[in-house]
Design a protein around this ligand. Structure first.
Ligand code: FAD
Length: 290
């Protein structure tokens, strides 16, 4: 099913993000967590993609498993800047053969490729990938957006200009980077409206369930903690169970506020943890909109 069809209904959508195993020996564990998450019946589940294509095989495999074994609509992430056009078209072919009709088109990060002397130079930005997916046709296309601005952007205005350009190439929906301050998201929605971008935006929510993950997460994304979340981390950071509860409660409050303010959908960064997604669903009473 196309995600654009799911987003036509009035109720906010609920989706989960999972990551595929980096190595084949952990496939079974990841596959089990993904299955448990699918049993919670969100509207769709997305599967991340390792920059440079290192885990592309497992992205397609997990996405296929979601659809064939769990009857779950899958969204396959695909990033382009470290890949050749030939490689990207080959992955689109694999997705098509697996009946996966939704792609999240990403620039991704430029990474060294052990199998190549230098990083391929076929793609520079996500809009070029959107253009190529559109050329192949028959895919519903999502793309990333950044309520607090992309970490490499000079300004939010510049970010919005490039986002408008990306959307014009044929983006059907947007998924936001994680944010912890809902006001930042509401201001972003206002800026989208001012730029006449009407594409549905799903709010990316990351439950902060471990103090260990925070520094890396913030430095990679440029997202800011709110003073309240900072306090929770200081208070519970060295007590994992309490930190998990505090993180789940914070994310649940964020979601309840977003839903009451008419958000189009919630995209939960589950970190492959079914119990976290389950607790958030219980707290918020959020279910799929089908
Ligand atoms: P782009 O849209 O290309 O934007 C990247 C930067 O370039 C921005 O600063 C933008 O303003 C600027 N820009 C865009 N167009 C132009 C232009 N024409 N000229 C000059 N500057 C321009 N990474 C992964 O490796 N795998 C994943 O599975 C993955 N999933 C993600 C899911 C979501 C929802 C999000 C928000 C991010 C995800 N990422 C993932 C991270 C993402 O790949 C990085 O943030 C990457 O740096 C940018 O990707 P993008 O698609 O936003 O790129």
């Amino acid at each position: 099913m196309y995600i654009s069809e799911i987003l036509r209904t009035a109720k906010p959508s609920l989706s989960f993000e999972v990551f595929p195993p980096k190595t084949d020996d952990t496939y079974g564990t990841v596959s089990q967590s993904v299955g448990e998450l699918a049993s919670l019946k969100p509207d769709f589940m997305s599967v991340t993609y390792g920059a440079g294509g290192g885990t592309s095989k497992n992205t397609v495999r997990i996405a296929r498993e979601l659809q064939e074994l769990h009857e779950m609509t899958a969204l396959a992430h695909l990033s382009c800047v470290s890949s050749t056009r030939e490689e990207i078209f080959a992955i689109m072919e694999q997705l098509r053969n697996a009946n996966i009709t939704n792609i999240l088109a990403l620039g991704g990060d430029r990474v060294a490729r052990p199998d190549k002397e230098s990083c391929p130079d076929d793609y520079h930005y996500a809009y070029e990938l959107v253009r190529d997916i559109k050329e192949v046709g028959s895919f519903c296309i999502g793309a990333a957006c950044y309520p607090e601005g992309h970490i490499h952007s000079e300004s939010q205005e510049e970010d919005m200009r490039y986002l408008a350009n990306k959307v014009q190439y044929g983006v059907d929906f947007l998924i936001s980077q994680m944010f912890f301050d809902n006001d930042a998201f509401y201001k972003f929605i206002d800026r989208l409206q001012a730029a006449e971008i009407c594409t549905p935006v799903l709010a990316g929510i990351m439950p902060v369930v471990s103090a260990k993950m925070i520094d890396r997460m913030l430095s990679l994304s440029g997202t800011k903690l709110t003073p309240r979340l900072q306090q929770l981390v200081e208070k519970w950071g060295d007590r994992p169970e309490d930190m998990q509860k505090a993180g789940v409660d914070y994310a649940s409050d964020q979601i309840l506020d977003l839903v009451s303010n008419g958000v189009r959908g919630i995209h939960l960064y589950t970190m492959n943890r079914p119990e976290v997604a389950r607790n958030i669903m219980e707290n918020t009473k959020l279910t799929a909109n089908r």
